[in-house]
Design a protein around this ligand. Structure first.
Ligand code: GRF
Length: 186
């Protein structure tokens, strides 16, 4: 059984879709949901699925506490689903080619520091671009620059607001992220 850990800082609607997808799977299971926010809603969602949770501070993560926990739980793949802290290099190296992130835009556009959540959708709106989308990529030492595994696009119309763009992007994330993770597991 392949063991996945999901790291998320917020609501965790993607985490929920992933837990749903692998529930009852004979191939992989979500063995842990980790968050740097003790009040993140993702932790409630994990409980609903009976998935153990783990919370940690940035300082603890940087000191290796999260890595130790992932190793103790025999985690094979780390899934970043709205996780907002920069992952320490040691952790990235430990899960080299086994850590995947979802970014709510078509990288390399709208990536890099500060480009998360509503900031991304505001930048898309301000640009006048006629499409946006999602990017699922492996994680390396630089924000949003790992190997791209999958992208999907959705149109942006002049009537769209950052909010409606976010809704379209979320719909793509929910539709594709779980199955792209499954295809990565081999
Ligand atoms: C998603 O849009 C994801 O791409 C981004 O953070 C958001 C998380 O949403 N990195 P949720 O917590 O899964 O609802």
């Amino acid at each position: 059984m392949i063991r996945l850990a999901i790291l998320a800082s917020g609501s965790g609607s993607n985490a929920e879709k992933i837990m749903e997808h692998f529930q009852g799977s004979s191939k992989a299971q979500v063995g842990l949901v980790g968050s740097n926010k003790a009040d993140a809603f993702v932790l409630e969602r994990a409980k609903k699925f009976g998935v153990p949770t783990f919370t940690f501070s940035r300082k603890e993560m940087d000191a290796g506490v999260l890595l130790a926990k992932l190793q103790e739980e025999k985690i094979d793949w780390v899934i970043l689903a709205g996780f907002l802290l920069k992952i320490p290099d040691e952790l990235i190296r430990a899960f080299s080619d086994h850590m995947v992130n979802i970014h709510p835009a078509l990288l390399p556009k709208y990536g890099g520091k500060g480009m998360y959540g509503v900031h991304v959708h505001e930048a898309v709106k301000a640009s006048g671009d006629t499409e946006t989308g999602i990017t699922i990529h492996l994680v390396n030492e630089h924000y949003d620059e790992g190997k791209i595994i999958f992208q999907a696009a959705t149109p942006v119309t002049p009537e769209d607001t950052p909010d409606t763009i976010a809704q379209k992007v979320h719909a793509l994330e929910h539709r594709y992220f779980p199955e792209v993770i499954e295809s990565l597991l081999g």
